[in-house]
Design a protein around this ligand. Structure first.
Ligand SMILES: C[S@@+](CC[C@H](N)C(=O)[O-])C[C@H]1O[C@@H](n2cnc3c(N)ncnc32)[C@H](O)[C@@H]1O
Length: 634
């Protein structure tokens, strides 16, 4: 299973995927010697698309390298945390927590969830210089192999490798880190999928161009502004070289430009509320909705411009018409009802009995959602303190912010956060489901980043950040259960750990030659990986996802694992009776038709494999006429 991947990876180039797509859809553009006829390709585009050679794009050192990293497959395996996953609250949960590097996590996820994720939120390191971001990786490309794969000079390859090994926090290093991950994330999004990315001034400009590149400029929706807490604003005044940075941003992209978002309201900004209170409502007349402007359009001294005022009068007339009542008998409730059913905001003006214009102020303290989310704070350590008793995580976002983001997607959406930190996103998903009866699921990916000794989290007993994230979910779930004792919602999660095979395992894999090992199976590799790991990794690879539960078959004492189109045989020493039992099951059980039999290659001798193949060939001539595909994985 790793051997196949290592072999495939050797042939990977940064554009392997794109070339495969071109070959599939434009075979006539490829000549027999493999060369690509660009002029012919342009012919396919010319009448609908204007080909531009503007040459405007974001370039950075290692851009192609990042594409290569996105194309090579992960050599990690997925180990389920069996103890955690078998607890009653987690056993049937469809929420997922992955401990591991998100580059590997995303690659595994793509095998099962490609095009299925409705909403991604990420809060990556901002590269502030003090947030600990440094890029380095453990891909061991040599200068030669890299210069060949990327078609670059040896000198350029050396510069890239220097960047990836030295531990760099340059703009190029940060972009390289983000680019490979965003390329993978894009393919996870469904057609109506959305992605929100938190960022601040340090990399905002670069991230915007990078996202235009990855998601397409036409899919950019908005840059949302969120208020920073007083502490982080004040921190800037220590150096007096900049104004206090009081906001940060959420970049918002959709997978397709046809996306239209649902109507959402937000509380009025403090500033705006203040001005309305002061000018129009007044503390002694809190419900007054028709403040007098005092001046008529005719004398030209409107508070608004004439055009806006006339549109507002037109809107008012439209309302009268829509409601279908005489203006004199219209009630406040009718106006409020009409207004709250609008999916846009508009001004309404009418002339009062005395001829003065009156302006309608909506009855609620909310307004249609726009890009100013100043009613929300970026982050909050108090939420964490309330749950944990101390600040075990310092850069947690506010649950309310995440809840607002998540409401852009449907109530049964899968929400992914692959820089999960303290798992605020998972908390928000559970909160929201409890609030509105939704059935959203979450997938969290978090690096098991080591916590330094002496930090409050360390003192509290946590050694890696994923431990904090998982504990947050458990604590939040308990709180939700306490507050909603009758709630029936998925408040558990399944936990998986991504593991790189040990050097010892890799050596064994490398040394193993299937042709030489015809007579004896190698039991040690099964022991090194463990059956649950092999099974979980394969289920994901074959598209069944992380929460699939295959049926365990008892084949005369030998265990097989069956799900839909696959039968997995992993254990060593398959007896002839088990093979016979499989054939009989195919013949007699109408619901048993797996088209693929997958073998853990190391566990089978040549004779056993032949035995299986010969026996299963019999099925070709039966009623089911099955042509079974043998997939021997190493
Ligand atoms: C700014 S924090 C996210 C905070 C989170 N939004 C919250 O509310 O708690 C970024 C997180 O990404 C994690 N991280 C950094 N690189 C990663 C990687 N390659 N894979 C997975 N997680 C990573 C860090 O450990 C850190 O916890």
């Amino acid at each position: 299973m790793i051997k196949d991947i290592l072999n495939k990876n050797e042939k990977m180039t940064p554009n392997s995927k794109e070339i495969a797509i071109l070959k599939e859809h434009f075979p006539s553009c490829f000549k027999s010697d493999g060369t690509f006829d660009i002029e012919k390709f342009k012919g396919f585009l010319s009448d609908k698309i204007t080909v531009t050679d503007e040459g405007y794009e974001l370039k950075f050192l290692g851009k192609n390298y990042a594409r290569l990293l996105a194309s090579v497959d992960t050599t990690t395996v997925i180990t389920p945390n069996e103890e955690h996953n078998s607890k009653p609250e987690n056993k049937n949960s469809e929420n997922i927590y992955i401990s591991g590097d998100n580059l590997d996590g995303l690659k595994h996820l793509l095998k099962s969830y490609s095009g299925q994720i409705k909403c991604i939120y990420i809060d990556p390191p901002y590269n502030t210089g003090t947030d600990g971001f440094v890029y380095n990786d453990n891909f061991d490309f040599t200068v030669d192999s890299l210069s060949e794969k990327l078609s670059i000079s040896e000198e350029q390859a050396e510069r890239i490798l220097d960047l990836t090994k030295r531990g760099s926090a340059s703009h190029s290093a940060w972009l390289m880190f983000m680019y490979s991950r965003l390329l993978l994330a894009r393919d996870l999004l469904s057609d109506d999928g959305l992605i929100f990315i938190s960022i601040d001034d340090n990399e905002n400009h670069n991230l915007k161009l990078l996202c235009d590149d990855v998601f397409g400029e036409e899919n950019f929706r908005n840059q949302i502004t969120i208020r920073r807490g007083a502490k982080s604003v004040q921190a800037q005044f220590e150096t007096w070289d900049k104004l206090g940075q009081s906001v940060e941003y959420l970049l918002f992209y959709s997978r397709k430009s046809s996306y239209r978002f649902p109507k959402q309201m937000k509380p009025l900004d403090e500033e705006r509320q203040g001005s309305w209170n002061n000018h129009w409502r007044g503390t002694d007349r809190p419900t007054m909705r028709y403040p007098l402007f005092g001046i008529t359009p005719e004398n030209g001294q409107w508070r608004w411009g004439k055009e806006r005022s006339y549109i507002a009068i037109k809107n008012y007339k439209k309302m009268i018409n829509d409601i279908g009542v005489d203006e004199k008998s219209i009630t406040q409730e009718q106006i409020d009802g009409w207004y709250s059913n609008l999916d846009y905001e508009c001004d309404l003006l009418r002339l009062s009995d005395s001829g003065k214009p009156e302006h309608y102020i909506p009855p609620t303290d909310s307004t249609l959602l726009n890009t100013s989310w100043m009613d929300l704070l970026v982050g909050s350590s108090s939420e964490i303190r309330r749950l944990f008793g101390k600040t075990v995580f310092e850069t947690a976002k506010l649950t309310a912010t995440l809840q607002r983001i998540i409401t852009f997607a449907d109530k049964d959406a899968v929400i992914l956060d692959f820089f999960s930190g303290s798992a605020t996103t998972a908390h928000a998903v559970m909160n929201l489901n409890a609030e509105d009866g939704g059935n959203r699921k979450f997938i969290m990916v978090q690096l098991p980043e080591i916590i330094e000794e002496g930090k409050p989290a360390y003192e509290a007993g946590y050694r890696t950040i994923d431990q904090i994230g998982m504990d947050r979910i458990i604590k939040a779930a308990n709180k939700i259960k306490e507050e909603n004792p009758d709630l029936e919602a998925d408040l558990g999660f399944k936990h998986f750990i991504l593991q790189e095979p040990t050097p010892n395992t890799l050596d064994k894999i490398e040394e193993f030659d299937p042709d030489e090992n015809k007579l004896f199976a190698d039991k040690t590799l099964l022991d090194e990986f463990g059956k649950p790991t092999i099974l979980s990794t394969w289920l994901v690879r074959d598209g069944y996802g992380l929460t699939a539960q295959p049926e365990e078959l008892d084949l005369s004492g030998y265990k097989g694992y069956f799900i839909d189109k696959h039968l997995y045989l992993i254990d060593t020493e398959i007896p002839n009776e088990a093979i016979e039992k499989i054939v009989v099951k195919y013949e007699t059980d109408g619901s048993f038709n797996p088209e693929n039999i997958v073998l853990f290659g190391y566990s089978f001798t040549w004779t056993q494999m032949e035995q299986l193949k010969i026996n299963l060939k019999r099925l070709k001539d039966t009623e089911k006429n099955l042509n079974i595909n043998f997939d021997v994985r190493y």
